[in-house]
Design a protein around this ligand. Structure first.
Ligand code: KG4
Ligand code: ZN
Length: 339
């Protein structure tokens, strides 16, 4: 199959996103709406609100992408949609929208795993000419987001081996929880990052979970608990005065833990190409420490441009393009409720 333009749809959680990606992995158009405002009142994502908002937004985003590129829906060669994992209602809205568009217009359709989308997001190109990172296998992938902290050995588009994963919470969740305790917005990872910037001393002590274990598994629940215990001990004045130091110390504990486990996985697999993606890969400390480590060890590092770190449809379209082109339609009928 030789496809040229793929329309991607992402609605697995609280971002509605549609994109058109071409055969050069280039994002010709991407429009997204964030539901942060709707959910932040509840300090977390409310599934029912998320699905209703996707229902309202997705087709408008499809229209915007077609208008911007001046394509007709009949010009689209394939439609890819996140089919799992995620909130069932939200996934349903995306998959039903994509399947309907595909069936009515007789376009090939593919369900894409959200994690595969994150994994390949560093290789997207945009019209601003972000750094070109060439896709090559094998690589060691760390996917680090609000729901996942997983390390895979990736040998091809269809050959993944799990090397390590969080035994409890994800890194993004641990960052969001601590940001919430500090009274920052939701989700708080990016705000914590901003607050910690330019802070030299990480003078608060936080644990590096599972650091004595030789496995590449991760854990963040103990760190989360340590964070809330420490903040509870501080009075209001101390808390206000120390917020940037708390943010920097906690963020450092998360980043140290991720890098330590990635190092273990790298030694175990001896892979020389490191791919780090997912919302937390936007973190400035994680990015700079990864660059330093890879430079020292002569490893190739691929990280997404900031706008492709968090959930987006371009990464889903890219996986769709790569798989459909190789006739890999095996999971096209995946239901959002299957595991
Ligand atoms: O990949 P993503 O958009 O959604 C999931 O699939 O979970 O990741 C969202 C996560 C949130 O936990 C958010 O706080 C975190 O990514 N995040 C960050 C930064 N930007 C987003 N964490 C640390 N530093 C950032 N700059
Ligand atoms: Zn994600």
């Amino acid at each position: 199959m030789s496809l040229k333009k793929i329309l991607g749809i992402e609605s697995s959680c609280d971002d509605s996103s549609v994109a058109i990606v071409n055969s050069n992995y280039k994002v010709e158009s991407m429009f997204s709406t964030s539901q942060i405002k709707e959910h932040s009142v509840f300090k977390g994502v409310v599934p029912e609100i998320a699905s209703r908002t996707h229902t309202k937004d997705l087709l408008t985003l499809v229209d915007l992408c077609l208008k911007q590129t001046k394509y007709l829906i009949s010009d689209i060669d394939g439609i890819a949609v996140t089919s799992k994992p995620g909130l069932v209602g939200s996934l349903m809205v995306g998959t039903v929208t994509a399947k309907t568009l595909a069936l009515v217009n007789d376009i090939p359709f593919l369900g894409v795993n959200h994690l595969e989308g994150h994994m390949l997001s560093p290789f997207l190109q945009d019209c601003t000419g972000n750094d070109k990172q060439l896709l090559s296998f094998p690589f060691l992938a760390l996917i680090v987001s609000g729901g996942h902290s997983h390390i895979y050995c990736v040998k091809s588009l269809t050959d993944y081996k799990l090397i390590g994963k969080t035994l409890d919470d994800a890194a993004g969740e641990a960052l969001d929880k601590f940001a919430q305790i500090l009274g920052l917005g939701f989700p708080g990872g990016a705000e914590l990052d901003k607050l910690a910037k330019n802070v030299e001393s990480c003078n608060f002590k936080f644990p590096r979970p599972l650091s004595k274990e030789k496995s590449a598994n991760l854990s963040f629940s103990g760190l989360k608990a340590a964070g809330s215990r420490l903040v509870l001990k501080l009075d209001k004045t101390e808390l206000v005065k120390n917020k940037p130091y708390l943010a920097a110390s906690y963020q450092k504990a998360v980043v140290d833990t991720l890098i330590q486990k990635l190092k273990i996985a790298q030694q175990e697999t001896n892979l020389k190409h490191i791919v780090v993606s997912g919302g937390v890969s936007a973190n400035s400390l994680l990015r700079s420490e990864l660059k330093q480590w890879c430079k020292n060890k002569n490893l190739k590092l691929s990280i997404p441009a900031i706008k492709y770190c968090t959930d987006n449809a371009a990464m889903i379209a890219l996986v769709g393009y790569l798989k459909m082109n190789e006739n890999l339609f095996s999971n096209q009928y995946l239901s959002p409720v299957s595991t």
